[in-house]
Design a protein around this ligand. Structure first.
Ligand SMILES: Nc1ncnc2c1ncn2[C@@H]1O[C@H](COP(=O)(O)OP(=O)(O)OP(=O)(O)O)[C@@H](O)[C@H]1O
Length: 424
């Protein structure tokens, strides 16, 4: 750790980060910065490497190559890739939330927020029984912890539920509680992994308000998010990944109109990409999309298998390590045409003319919702009733190997069907 007086400059600097899992390069020579006090969003298609970047920053993985420098407000610098993982929250003041909510569901909301401050309280106790009984600074630290917990309960709009078990909260409120818990560790950098996943518009709005509150405290936020409306509304800076490489980096407006992002992230049909490019007046880039990737944003030649033009076939592995071939040579339109046998329960039209909002299922965005509609899937209960063969078929169709099971679409659909009264 180096101490110096300057507190200007980025809070986080990621330089030439690479992460390899056996033969798979999940991150290839990635560099970007997150500015202090800003919300930086890390976006990209499924499997682009966003969570891996988070895991490197928060010490869950030790990167294969590269440097991750965090500079605190006081000017202390930490090389996160060298710091033992348990010291990253304590010393470097980095907190995170996960894609799957990890609360203590049997504890009350207040207890969840107090547990987060366990380290500070134990320190104040001097690690002695007498300390715990109130001698020394423990009493004061305990009162401060309760105040901090109440403050963040209020910011999460959950004060009236303080004494309820966390498991009783609706999904969106649990997400806010998780963020409140992270804030009780008083982080300088808060890393949020898909905080808006599965939220309805009202909950999404409450989340945005909370994130803006957090930003106003000077805490910097690094955010992985699939919901583009959240990203565009609250981010100051957006970094876009595809297959572990950075393909765009800038303010939300410039990223939104970047043709590479339109093509890669939004996953729209080729014709739609062309239309979008024509609309943004950047027809020249249409040709570039079919050519090699942008070297300025991509890795160096020596970096990884990701270096140079993207090959026709990219190897990916699922969580069990099985290698999967993802054909990138085929046009999106061709890929969409690869529709095998019909699903066991597809419909020609939505019942009552009104489809369910499938995007409430974490992992389904507007593009995939449209594709599911094309496949005759309009309702939660249809997804809840998928057979293994259906899942295989849909995964082939969406190029979504292993993801439906990993994200438990069927379980999510079942509970959404029950909530909306559509369960059988
Ligand atoms: N522990 C691991 N072992 C092997 N491969 C892994 C491991 N973690 C991630 N990967 C692989 O690294 C690649 C990037 O995965 P990652 O989860 O970081 O992507 P992501 O952008 O967060 O995706 P998503 O949006 O689906 O969460 C994927 O191909 C994934 O299968």
């Amino acid at each position: 750790m180096n101490a110096h007086s300057a507190t200007t400059g980025p809070i986080l600097r990621v330089e030439h980060l690479s992460m390899k899992f056996g033969g798979l390069v999940a991150i290839g020579d990635l560099s970007f910065e997150a500015q202090r006090g800003e919300i930086t969003a890390l976006i990209g298609p499924n499997g682009a490497g966003k969570t891996t970047v988070f895991n490197c920053i928060t010490g869950f993985y030790k990167p294969s190559e590269g440097m991750i420098t965090l500079t605190t407000r006081a000017g202390s610098q930490f090389l996160l890739e060298r710091l033992p993982d348990f010291q990253i929250p304590a010393k470097a003041k980095v907190a995170r939330t996960f894609q799957n909510i990890r609360l203590f569901s049997g504890m009350t909301l207040l207890e969840n927020l107090l547990v987060a401050q366990h380290n500070r309280l134990m320190e104040a106790s001097g690690y002695t029984i007498l300390g715990l009984l109130g001698l020394g600074g423990y009493g004061k630290a305990s009162a401060q912890s309760i105040e901090l917990a109440k403050h963040w309960l209020d910011k999460a709009n959950l004060t009236d539920r303080a004494d309820d078990p966390a498991g009783d909260l609706p999904y969106g409120a649990q997400r806010r509680l998780e963020i409140a818990r992270a804030m009780c560790t008083e982080p300088e950098l808060l890393c949020l992994d898909e905080p808006a996943a599965g939220l309805n518009p009202r909950e999404s709005h409450a989340l945005n308000l909370m994130l803006n509150d957090i930003k106003s405290t000077g805490t910097s936020i690094l955010l992985i998010e699939h919901d583009m409306s959240v990203v565009m509304e609250i981010s100051d800076h957006v970094v876009v990944l595809e297959y572990g490489r950075k393909i765009s980096d800038g303010d939300p407006t410039s990223v939104k109109t970047d043709p590479r992002v339109i093509a890669a992230y939004l996953g729209v049909d080729d014709t739609e990409v062309t239309d979008a490019l024509t609309e943004v007046g950047d027809e020249q880039v249409i040709e570039k999309l079919d050519a090699e990737p942008d070297r300025a944003h991509g890795p160096s030649d020596s970096a990884s298998m990701m270096a140079g033009p993207v090959s026709d076939t990219v190897n990916h592995s699922d969580t069990e390590g099985e290698m999967i071939k993802v054909s990138r040579g085929a046009s999106k339109a061709e890929q969409y045409e690869r529709r095998a046998a019909a699903l066991s329960n597809s419909l020609d039209t939505p019942r009552g003319g009104q489809p369910d909002k499938l995007t409430l299922i974490k992992g389904i965005g507007p593009v995939n919702e449209r594709k599911l509609h094309e496949h005759g899937i309009f309702h939660f209960e249809q997804i809840a009733a998928w057979t293994e063969a259906d899942v295989r078929e849909v995964e082939t169709y969406l190029d979504f190997d292993g993801r439906i099971a990993r994200e438990d679409w069927i379980g999510q659909a079942r509970s959404l069907a029950q909530k909306t009264g559509g369960a059988e």
